[in-house]
Design a protein around this ligand. Structure first.
Ligand code: PLP
Length: 459
């Protein structure tokens, strides 16, 4: 198909993230025009079920006019005012108060940024700042995990355990040390229970810390459910086991709730769902239902105090973004959280999640599907060449990307990830009829995928 006028204009001017930019010159973009609830429409009017809520973020779906009105009102009243050097404004104050009120662990104060990556960079800077303040300046290493995703700025990309975020960028920085990815389906030994697997993950973490020197680590960062690395659920007992290791060595835990925060698992926060208490938490995405960019770092009272003390000693807390606590973004985020509360969005997630998860796990019967599982309104399938042996497809054949393309043909947006895994993470407002439609379209995509894989002799 020849490219449309807007596709050509795009190809000539926009450098796209997460794209093979050479292939893109030929293929051009899929251009979206509008959205409503869980559907988006392309420039030709074709509708798609947005089963990824954008990039794991549009919790309230499209067309939430209450948020548009709040943004417009705040823009008219005070479009911008910074919070550097002792200034403030009501939207920042009210949002910080609200986040403290709903925080799953005792919260001291809240720092605002604009993206998950910036917030995670901030987390590492704060961990170093705190290490210096505590008189332990040698504690600068940060633990992360293989297949973790924490963003793309230099430090956040270093925390990310995915090769595509490192190649040709000269990353990761070597202060980041990677623990195992706790993927039970792929990593468990024959006959090993989830609990035993978790214990082994924790023992390996302990050994890594011992090898590197326990007093060289400032913190570990972890997503409650690993998102972009494949929607990998923590195995039973995992957080209990690893938090014990971290406390033994006084290593702080940074909880990256960028995907799991605000109801994705059916609880307000993933750490509550998995029963652990962090020292700090990174929030973004569903914080504003993606209606405007905003992120936050929520700190424990102890960390807050130490950061404040250190800034007093030095004379300044020399960190902050022009748009830290942007009044319009903060007002929209506050309203988003109020909507979650007023409409009991968490209750809705808990109500529809079993239906969603039942439909997802039913996919295990399909000849191409090895693993299919999730929690709340997030999940993934892994496509395999042989279900019994769990043999993967040759990565060069890009089977996941092919099924994703069939899904697009069928009017469904999923997300292909490493190892031919496809993610589902629909808006939290999705209802049962929309869940039905999502899986009808995915069934059709899988059927096309099976025909194609059979023709290509891949299975
Ligand atoms: C768990 C997690 N942390 C951090 C980030 C980075 O957020 P951003 O893309 O807003 O920088 C993401 C983005 O997908 C994420 O999933």
């Amino acid at each position: 198909m020849p490219l449309s006028n807007s596709q050509m204009r795009d190809v000539q001017s926009v450098l796209h993230p997460y794209t093979n930019l050479m292939k893109y010159r030929e293929a051009g973009p899929l251009i979206f025009d509008r959205g409503e609830r869980c559907r988006v429409y392309d420039e030709n009017g074709k509708d798609y079920i947005e089963a990824m809520a954008g990039l794991w973020c549009t919790a309230l779906g499209w067309g939430e006019t209450v948020l548009a009105d709040v943004a417009a009102e705040q823009m008219k009243k005070l479009a911008f005012s910074h919070i550097f050097g002792g200034r403030s404004h009501e939207p920042s104050i009210a949002l910080a108060e609200k986040l403290k009120e709903i925080s799953p662990f005792p919260a001291g104060k809240v720092f605002f940024a604009n993206s998950g990556s910036e917030a995670n960079d901030t987390q590492v800077k704060l961990a170093w700042y705190a290490a210096n303040a505590r008189g332990t300046p040698q504690r600068k290493k940060i633990l992360s995990r293989m297949k973790a995703y924490h963003g793309v700025t230099l430090v956040a990309a270093s925390l990310t355990g995915l090769p595509n975020n490192h190649k040709s960028f000269d990353l990761p920085f070597d202060f980041v040390k990677f623990a195992d990815c706790p993927h039970y389906y792929r990593g468990a030994e024959d006959g090993e229970s989830e609990r035993d697997f978790s214990a082994r993950m924790a023992a390996n973490l302990d050994a890594l810390i011992q090898r590197e020197g326990p007093d060289t680590f400032a913190a570990m960062i972890a997503e409650p459910v690993m998102g972009a690395g494949g929607v990998i659920l923590p195995p039973e007992g995992y957080f209990d086991a690893i938090t014990k290791v971290l406390s033994k060595y006084r290593i702080d835990l940074i909880d990256d709730e960028v995907i799991t925060g605000f109801g994705r698992t059916g609880e307000w926060f993933g750490c509550t769902r998995y029963g652990f208490e962090p020292d700090s938490m990174t929030l973004a995405k569903q914080l504003s239902s993606a209606y405007l960019p905003i992120s936050a770092v929520v700190l424990s009272p102890e960390l807050t105090d130490i950061v404040e003390q250190e800034s007093g000693r030095i004379g300044i807390f020399g960190h902050g973004f022009t748009y830290t606590g942007h009044p319009v973004a903060a007002a929209v985020a506050l309203k988003t959280i109020e909507i979650y509360q007023e409409r009991d969005v968490m209750g809705h997630v808990r109500h529809v999640a079993p239906y969603f998860q039942k439909k997802l796990s039913r996919l295990r019967d399909h000849p191409l599907v090895g693993e299919a599982n999730g929690v709340g309104l997030i999940g993934a399938v892994e496509l395999v060449a042989d279900k019994k042996t769990k043999q993967s497809f040759d990565p060069a054949r890009q089977v996941g990307a092919a099924v994703n393309a069939f899904a697009l043909e069928e009017g469904l947006i999923t997300r292909p990830m490493l190892s031919d895994r496809l993610a589902f993470c629909p808006p939290l407002i999705i209802d049962e009829a929309e869940i039905d439609e999502l899986f009808v379209r995915f069934d059709r995509a899988l059927a096309k995928g099976l025909d194609w894989a059979t023709r290509e002799k891949l299975i």
